[in-house]
Design a protein around this ligand. Structure first.
Ligand code: FES
Length: 164
């Protein structure tokens, strides 16, 4: 009996599961491989797809809940795609003392979203970050991993204009 196309699984996510197995394979021999695996998956997809979670769980003999817990606990991981621009605003002490709250409130109001959300047009994801080593030039942030320092409302507005 031949196996025709109708018998081949096209279940959503099966490609992601296969690809996830390839992505995590180099990390299987590591001690403590869960985080490197999840970082590698996120590097490949821009987020950790839900279909990857059971693959990682099976590979590491963990429960799906444990892997899901890692993804949701560490803010570096996303469980859905980010916007075209990821704007991170520093929330740590030096930036707090130099107006970080005002920057965050302004960005949130301008974008109509709060932390870890993406604008409905997919343009911007707003995320907190905790010290990027530019405390002397606070308040700071990052635009797609490029540092921006000495933020004020005017600079922030210019950034937001340029990415929408
Ligand atoms: S506290 Fe914001 S860069 Fe250090």
């Amino acid at each position: 009996m031949s196996i025709g196309p109708a018998t081949i699984s096209h279940a959503p996510g099966s490609d992601i599961a296969l690809r996830t197995r390839e992505i995590i394979a180099p990390y299987l021999a590591l001690e403590g491989p869960a985080m490197p695996m999840l970082h590698a998956i996120q590097a490949a997809y821009g987020f950790v797809p839900s279909q990857s979670v059971p693959v990682v769980a099976e590979a590491l003999n963990l429960s799906r809940a444990e892997v899901h817990g890692l993804v949701s606990f560490y803010h570096d991981f996303r469980n859905e795609p980010a916007g075209r621009t990821v704007l991170k605003l520093c929330r740590a002490e030096a930036c707090q003392s130099r107006g970080a709250d005002r920057m965050a409130a302004h960005a949130s109001e301008r974008l109509g979203i709060t932390w870890h959300q993406t604008t409905p047009d997919g343009a911007v994801t707003l995320e907190p970050v905790f010290c990027i080593g530019l405390c002397a030039a606070a308040p700071c942030g990052m635009v797609n991993n490029v540092s921006v320092a000495r933020l004020d409302v005017g600079r922030l507005d210019a950034i937001l204009e340029s990415v929408r």
